[in-house]
Design a protein around this ligand. Structure first.
Ligand SMILES: [Zn+2]
Length: 154
């Protein structure tokens, strides 16, 4: 799910870049014919390209990430892209944001699993050494009787 989320965000980011280029192109045509309001469209196009690029980079990093940072960067840039990228870019940025959230949740699920793996050698090490139930002396697992008091070791 971690890679699937990042992959969705990555593909959506690429589409958002194309959408931003279309927005720029439409803005360019608008400025040639009408001029009115086209500067805002051009601004939206550049904003869309900028945040699409950040989204693509963040989702590429998130593909193999072990921390939640790339996913958070991804969600933030997608969020800004929704507001600053124009309607067309926002459509793909929403998809990218969903991918980022899926990635974030998957990475968060993985994190406690990684820390429990690190604890395992400690428990296996404690079972190999026995302590005498009579005097508490440490004994090796190979000996059947305590070397200190001679009591039988279970
Ligand atoms: Zn003993």
């Amino acid at each position: 799910m971690k890679k699937a989320g990042a992959l969705v965000a990555l593909i959506a980011g690429i589409f958002a870049t194309i959408a931003a280029l279309i927005t720029l192109f439409v803005g360019g045509i608008g400025s040639a014919f009408y001029a009115h309001g086209s500067n805002t469209v051009i601004g939206l196009g550049w904003g869309g390209i900028l945040f699409s690029f950040i989204t693509i980079i963040a989702s590429a990093v998130a593909l193999g990430a072990k921390s939640t940072k790339p996913a958070i960067t991804l969600i933030c840039s997608a969020g800004l892209g929704i507001f600053l990228g124009g309607t067309l870019v926002a459509l793909f940025m929403v998809l990218s944001m969903v991918g980022g959230i899926i990635n974030l949740l998957a990475v968060k699920k993985e994190l406690p699993a990684v820390s429990s793996v690190g604890k395992r050698p400690l428990t296996s090490a404690s079972t190999s050494t026995n302590f005498c139930t009579e005097c508490g002396a440490k004994s090796t697992s190979s000996s059947a009787f305590c070397s200190e008091c001679g009591a039988k070791i279970k």
